[in-house]
Design a protein around this ligand. Structure first.
Ligand code: AMP
Length: 309
């Protein structure tokens, strides 16, 4: 099994959704990613937290055997994001982004992390993504995420990161913002011209579109969840399931591997949205995941003779 290195935010989020409010709840792209990926593979985290970061929040990752030797703790406040959702819950609206300790973060990889084969540059400033990637010796497969905040404030650094990755996982709205394309299909093809061989567009309740430059499209809906409590972290969870699956296969990922990885990402994300923050995801077991695979298969598949044409 290969090791996945992830750099991203570790955060306290203040979230409001039609289901209620969660002030200062544990979040951050690296937390969601690691909780998901560590169900399937070994994970190493690079990031920074402030002196307000709770002991029990470290323990959540330690319990999943995540290597935290690249996680710095410095004087100051942990990253804080405040946002809300309305209507269909497919798009987060940001009220406030307090970078706090991330503002002066200068990531330095522990020597033991440099041989990581799989690298995921989760949502964080593109300069930090580049700084981390440049310190990894010879990664087999590199992925990234980003968001509107960085597309509008750091576009040129973001385009530099795009040239160096094998895959990008990005929200539908943000894919359109990045390319100016009118829909996810057009955006995926445009983004693949910017560098990555594969592009995964996440479409909230409508699922995902995977596009590979040499193999074309693969697309499925999300799992059918009636009571969505809080969609925060669904995208990072998807990425964790995606990378966890690929790293567990321990080879250069093929298009078929990526299709399977997207299904696992979809399944894991469906747990995250069932409670605020990381609460639901932190409890998920491999058996829960298997049982959801069973339910999902009934929803998305049919026998070839079912429709007679
Ligand atoms: P997702 O809903 O999967 O797109 O990601 C939600 C997570 O992203 C939240 O837990 C936030 O803490 C984190 N987040 C929000 N804004 C930023 C940002 N500008 N940089 C890094 N992480 C962020």
């Amino acid at each position: 099994m290969s090791q996945i290195l992830v750099v991203g935010s570790l955060a306290y989020d203040s979230i409001q959704t039609p289901a209620g409010k969660a002030p200062k709840t544990l979040g951050g792209s690296a937390n969601y990613f690691s909780l998901a990926a560590s169900l399937l593979s070994k994970v190493r985290v690079v990031g920074v937290v402030g002196d307000d970061y709770a002991q029990e929040d470290y323990q959540l990752l330690e319990k999943r055997d995540v290597d935290l030797s690249g996680l710095e703790k410095v004087k100051g406040k942990t990253f804080h994001w405040e946002g809300y959702y309305e209507g269909t819950l497919n798009e987060a609206k940001t009220l406030k982004t307090d970078l706090n300790v991330f503002e002066h973060f200068n990531p330095k990889l522990p020597a033991s992390f440099k041989d990581s084969q799989f690298v995921f540059l989760a949502n964080i400033a593109p300069e930090l993504q580049l700084q981390v990637l440049s310190q990894v010796d010879k990664p087999k497969f590199v992925g990234m995420d980003t968001m509107n905040f960085w597309i509008s404030s750091k576009k040129s650094a973001l385009l530099d990161v795009l040239k160096k990755v094998n895959v990008i996982l990005i929200n539908e709205g943000e894919s359109q913002m990045l390319t100016g394309a009118a829909n996810a299909i057009a955006a995926a093809t445009e983004i693949s011209k910017m560098g990555p061989e594969a592009v995964v567009i996440k479409r909230g309740e409508y699922g995902f579109v995977l596009f590979h430059r040499d193999h074309g499209f693969f697309s499925l809906p999300a799992m059918t969840i009636k009571d969505v409590i809080d969609p925060t972290g669904a995208g990072d969870t998807f990425a964790g399931g995606f990378f966890g699956t690929l790293a567990s296969m321990d080879r250069r990922p093929s298009f078929e591997d990526m299709k399977k990885a997207c299904v696992v990402g979809t399944l894991l994300a469906s747990f995250t949205i069932q409670d605020f923050g990381v609460k639901s995801l932190a409890k998920v077991t491999l058996n829960d995941l298997r049982s959801r695979r069973h339910d999902y298969k009934k929803i998305v598949s049919f026998e070839k003779d079912f429709v007679e044409i």
